[in-house]
Design a binder for this molecule. Structure first.
Ligand SMILES: Nc1nc2c(ncn2[C@@H]2O[C@H](COP(=O)(O)OP(=O)(O)OP(=O)(O)O)[C@@H](O)[C@H]2O)c(=O)[nH]1
Ligand SMILES: [Mg+2]
Length: 192
């Protein structure tokens, strides 16, 4: 196996503060939902899903960290933009997140995630509206609940599948068919 094949595939999770980015990762890694503190800077988690090594960067949504997030886009295979289905502003801001991405990277796989779908009674953005916005902007759309564990694993399965295809296209496949599909992970952090 060459050096390239040993590399993790970088995924960056962005979106306004409080939309649930850290909770989604907590649910994926530990299968828990609890008290999270607002993220400072960014932190990463290494995890293997469907035989694909993923390095998932969780970034801070607070305005004061905004300008620093641009450096995380470089070299990523997938960007996940999260919003909160009960917070209209967080959906309206997806446009701004998209234009920041466009300034930094081209043709990247982007998934739009509407989190907190357990709060359907307080929903401000309809599924149809969000899905058609996603389509218009060449994004995949999925709704999740980190709280009730809805679609969190599915989200990362979709990402792993897509990255496997991207890597295959690049003749840079990272799948090790001899390894099982256990979720092995490491983590670390980087304060800006
Ligand atoms: N009801 C509900 N609440 C959620 C869900 N996910 C996260 N939350 C709550 O939303 C709040 C913010 O969650 P975080 O994961 O810290 O948000 P974040 O997007 O990482 O925020 P920053 O780190 O500041 O960018 C917390 O109070 C969570 O308990 C969800 O799926 N449903
Ligand atoms: Mg966070």
């Amino acid at each position: 196996m060459n050096q390239t094949k040993l590399k993790s595939n970088k995924i960056v999770i962005i979106g306004d503060t409080n939309v649930g980015k850290t909770c989604i990762i907590e649910r994926l890694i530990n299968n828990t939902f609890g008290n999270t503190k607002s993220t400072i800077g960014a932190s990463y988690t290494d995890i293997k899903i469907k035989g694909i090594n993923l390095k998932i960067w969780d970034t801070a949504g607070q305005e004061k960290f905004r300008s620093m997030i641009n450096m995380y886009y470089k070299g990523s295979k997938c960007i996940v933009i999260c919003y909160d289905i009960t917070e209209e502003n967080s959906f309206n801001n997806v446009k701004n997140w998209l234009s920041e991405i466009e300034k930094n990277v081209n043709g990247i796989f982007i998934i739009l995630v509407g989190n907190k779908c357990d709060l359907n009674d307080n929903r401000k953005i309809s599924y149809e509206n969000a899905e058609s916005f996603a389509k218009e902007n060449n994004m995949f759309y999925i709704e999740t609940s980190a709280k009730n564990n809805v679609n969190v694993n599915k989200l990362f399965d979709i990402i792993a599948d897509k990255i496997a295809l991207i890597n295959k296209d690049e003749d840079n496949c990272n799948i090790d068919i001899n390894k099982d599909n256990n979720y092995n992970y490491n983590c670390g952090c980087f304060l800006l």
